[in-house]
Design a binder for this molecule. Sequence first.
Ligand code: URP
Ligand code: ZN
Ligand code: ZN
Ligand code: ZN
Length: 462
Amino acid sequence: MSRTLIRNGTVVNADGTFTADVLVEGEKIAAVTAPGVFTEADTVIDAAGKYVLPGGIDAHTHMEMPFGGTFSADTFFTGTRAAAWGGTTTIIDFAVQAKGTSLLSTLDKWHEKADGHCAIDYGFHMIVSDVNDQSLKEMESCIDAGVNSFKMFMAYPGVFYATDGEILRAMQKATETGSMVMMHAENGIAIDELVAQAIASGRTDPVEHGLTRPPELEGEATSRAIQLARVTGAPLYIVHLSASQALAAVAEARDTGQNVFAETCPQYLYLSIEDLAKPDFEGSKYVASPPLRPKEHQADLWRGLRTNDLSVVSTDHCPFCFKDQKELGRGDFSKIPNGIPGVEHRMDLLHQGVVAGELSLRRWVEVSSATPARMFGLYPRKGVIAAGADADIVVYDPARQQTLGVETHHMAVDYSAYEGMSITGGVSTVLSRGSVVVDGGEFHGSEGHGKFLSRELSQYLV
Ligand code: URP
Ligand code: ZN
Ligand code: ZN
Ligand code: ZN
């Protein structure tokens, strides 16, 4: 078994920081000790002056996702390789049930896409878009197969949209099985009216995507999802929360002790509706749902991250090329494929929150690794630097300076939503289950190294 010794780094776990050596044997962390206890190893990594973090866990990505007649541009290989470049060593992607198909055939299909192709470990959530007796029954088989979180949509009528009655039935099944419902909470029925009115009156630019999806309709849908969860007893996880109104609803529910959780994404912390309003169709690069909000929402989101009303930061990485994909919506913003690329930059972007004093070091690791691990049944295999855990480790240099952009990123997409942004900090070395996958500005990983993670039920419920 190969031994790697990471020496003299500052280990950052969710519960604190300390100077230590980390000994890796094979795929596992064998020991975390005071500096100097072990000296013999095949490889020694000097981490003095650097952080030693549990590998990032991005619990919300979309590789090769079908949407609006096209597919998101990253494959499971290119997307997981880009993730590794940025210090993320686990993704949880979404298998997408098409209407009229079964959950189990969907799961098979996603295994075919991903198995043997990922550079880092991966799991799946299941998108349920067709609620019926069969798919409700199949939720049980998905859980047995390690997929125990089910995303539903209050948006996108005619595509993924579920009625309140369908949501209620799926939530009852989640309660019965101890599984989790994840909610895309936007009032899609009202939004579709606003969209139709905008198009009919000739308002077709990308910024209209934001104006026709007002934050109140995210707040309303979030409250409704919370009440349905309360009535049924189901644990509820609000995905990609963007608006102050939605955060207020989550905070109120959490204050009562309800099992309601939420994630936000870096784009909502750093980008705004001003980006959507960029001229010459540039705004299309920033079209995602929920939309980017006015800047005023950002301070609330940072506060939510500190108070744990927002427990997780995921990327909702869903890349579509500007040239041949976003283009589909020129002249009609409602046809722009929804999604923003970001899987590579989550750890770095959140580190800017540490630099700016918005987050503590340990909280950075908590929202990006430890809590996603607990939330989605991967702890303590993932999400912690401790003996017995998988050796998914990031040696992070807080002093590095870098500039984000399409010329240097590794995602298979022809633009960066963060073009020109200066970043303090950056990954030095990344290990995935004991193998060095990124080091010294080079990728050393391989397609197929990543293994499917059959997940336990959530370890985060109150
Ligand atoms: O615009 C987005 N978020 N695209 C990905 C699909 C989803 O709703 O998460
Ligand atoms: Zn969504
Ligand atoms: Zn998504
Ligand atoms: Zn392309």
